[in-house]
Design a protein around this ligand. Sequence first.
Ligand code: OGA
Ligand code: NI
Length: 336
Amino acid sequence: MEVQRVQAVANSLSFATDTIPAEFVRPQQEQPAITTFRGPVPEIPTIDLCDPDQENLVRSIANASKEWGIFQVVNHGIPTDVISKLQAVGREFFQLPQEEKEVYARSSSSQSIEGYGSKLQKDLDGKKSWVDHLFHKIWPQTCINYQFWPKNPPSYREANEVYAKYMREVAAKLFESLSLGLELERHVLKEAAGGEEIEYLLKINYYPPCPRPDLTLGVVAHTDLSAITILVPNHVPGLQVLKDEHWIDAKYIPNALIIHIGDQIEILSNGIYKGVLHRTTVDKEKARMSWPVFLEPPTECVVGPLPQLVNEANPPKYKVKKFKDYAYCKLNKLPQ
Ligand code: OGA
Ligand code: NI
């Protein structure tokens, strides 16, 4: 049977409706209308990546990664038009007729997550999320499977290649600052996460407008499997993070990048840096989109707490395992 895409479900609902199919209604303890915190909240830290005071930059990144596991960066060096083009070609892809998008569909038998699809994790309660996605790698060159890169619009490839080039510089800077923030040499975390073999996996999330955003979620609460995730949002807010037991909204800052600490940096740092628990809400009138790039160790890379950070007073808090085994357990909801 053909999989039904959320975009097609959304298009099939009549304009006047105020209901959504039952499988999209989250249990009450997850519904955004009930669980979003509306009181005064602290804001996710914003960091100037061009801060001439290096020590201050390292300290800000380290503190944000310890206390929040997420921060926004401005002055990151990626030109505005490079980001706008990445967004424009992604938007155009999702506006193609359904059958054209299906050309890039991930087959359910595939081992890889690359391709166009609607769902990744097995949902134990059979519930669905209000989002479709396209996944494909953008770096290193040897990992790229161009069959998952849309041919339409024709400028899709160039826009993604240019973005990947700038992305690598931002990634290098983040890995360095995170290493220095642990009083390690600047190259340590990047090397431990796979060095030049680190894979850059782009995901485009497409959250169609939804008649009942109070009842459903885009992506449900999770931490990212990656080492670091670097995300470009569109102007429609929706990202929420759990901070001090409250779900709070991330503010939209035009041209900022949103940086998530993922599981692998949490593990390498032996829990000093925290992977952030996050989820997304959807909008009644507008399509929300986002472009996270997951920086992932190559599949055979063995990841565990760095020996430099472990001693008698600080025993290892995580197992040492190959990234592919960690990923398998996470995607199948098995204990690590
Ligand atoms: C994700 C994710 C957040 C967003 O795809 O892993 O957390 O803002 N996306 O879309
Ligand atoms: Ni995420």
